[in-house]
Design a protein around this ligand. Structure first.
Ligand SMILES: Nc1ncnc2c1ncn2[C@@H]1O[C@H](COP(=O)(O)OP(=O)(O)O)[C@@H](O)[C@H]1O
Ligand SMILES: Cc1ncc(COP(=O)(O)O)c(C=O)c1O
Ligand SMILES: [Mg+2]
Length: 287
């Protein structure tokens, strides 16, 4: 079991950021040390919310207090998501350096939250460049959606070979492992969602049905689950299959209930033993 320092946004009501990522990790038996980058009443998809954005200093203070407990050496992974500001991003990267100094085997998983196909870029100016130039290069694992893969690599990918090429280019900047979510290429059926994982010169794909829901927080959950399964199995392919199956189960229950918030608690068995598991297929760029 791992100790995961998770630096993300937090909401009191509903499930995005740490409120989406922490419980699935705990349900799988991991200890989570959540550090919040914002504390909001609810996610911003509602159009209005209360609460505040923290700053880099607020993150540093909490990490300093954890360090004072003498436990940073037992931290196995740092997970980061929605940043709020580049200042918070620098605190995250500083924390990664601190954790690695205490435990050289610790890994950093960066979910480079920038935007998506429907909404475009939804983070503050400077965050996309910060992700590309500072955070992604020091990460071991990155979990962009298809839109973020294109943005980080300055490409427009519409075919599987193009995606594999972009993933290899991203790996060349630093991360060993890449998970691409919400992948939509030419051979992806209209009623399906693809996901792709790459590690060590190989890549695998999973295809699930597309559900009639538009929810927030699924990306935060899948990044956490993928990291946890990658650490416990040592296999990006197995982590891909497990994380995709669990998130599908979570979203299927959410869709059936007609819920606006993902059913993180009610669907908890899906994190442990997904109702439906999806086949993982190795893919190559060859002819
Ligand atoms: N409508 C949907 N139907 C089926 N799966 C979905 C749906 N929305 C999200 N997912 C699953 O959740 C994963 C993460 O969601 P995504 O929207 O890519 O995250 P992000 O919020 O980071 O953009 C997707 O790869 C897919 O597996
Ligand atoms: C504060 C906050 N964090 C994280 C997210 C991530 O949501 P999503 O998984 O849809 O990208 C949102 C989305 O509204 C948010 O408001
Ligand atoms: Mg995301």
């Amino acid at each position: 079991m791992a100790n995961v320092l998770s630096i993300q946004s937090h909401v009191a009501y509903g499930h995005v950021g740490n409120a989406s990522a922490v419980f699935p990790l705990q349900r799988l038996g991991h200890e989570v040390w959540p550090v919040h980058t914002v504390q909001f009443s609810n996610h911003t998809g509602y159009g209005s919310w209360t609460g505040r954005v923290f700053d880099g200093q607020a993150v540093d203070e909490v990490v300093e207090g954890i360090a004072a407990r003498g436990v940073l050496g037992s931290c196995d992974a740092v997970l980061s998501g929605y940043l709020g500001s580049a200042d918070i991003g620098h605190a995250v990267v500083g924390t990664v350096a601190r954790v690695r100094a205490a435990n050289p085997a610790a890994v950093y998983c960066c979910d480079p939250v920038i935007g998506d196909v429907g909404r475009g870029v939804f983070v503050r100016p400077g965050i996309a460049e910060f992700m590309r130039d500072v955070a992604v290069p020091v990460a071991d694992v990155v979990t962009p959606n298809h839109f973020e893969l294109d943005l980080l690599t300055g490409r427009t990918t519409t075919t599987l070979p193009q995606v594999l090429d972009a993933v290899a280019a991203l790996q060349a900047t630093g991360p060993r492992v890449v998970l691409v979510t919400s992948l939509d290429v030419e051979d992806t059926p209209d009623d399906a969602v693809d996901l792709l994982a790459a590690e060590g010169g190989r890549a695998w794909r999973v295809r699930t049905p597309e559900l009639g829901v538009s929810v927030n927080g699924a990306g935060d959950a899948i990044a956490a689950l993928f990291l946890a399964h990658w650490m416990s199995t040592g296999s990006a392919a197995r982590a891909l299959g497990a994380a995709a199956s669990s998130v599908f189960g979570l979203l299927r229950m959410t869709a059936e209930a007609g819920s606006r918030e993902i059913l993180t608690v009610a669907a908890q068995e899906e994190f442990v033993s997904p109702t439906r598991t999806f086949e993982v297929t190795e893919v190559t760029a060859a002819p």
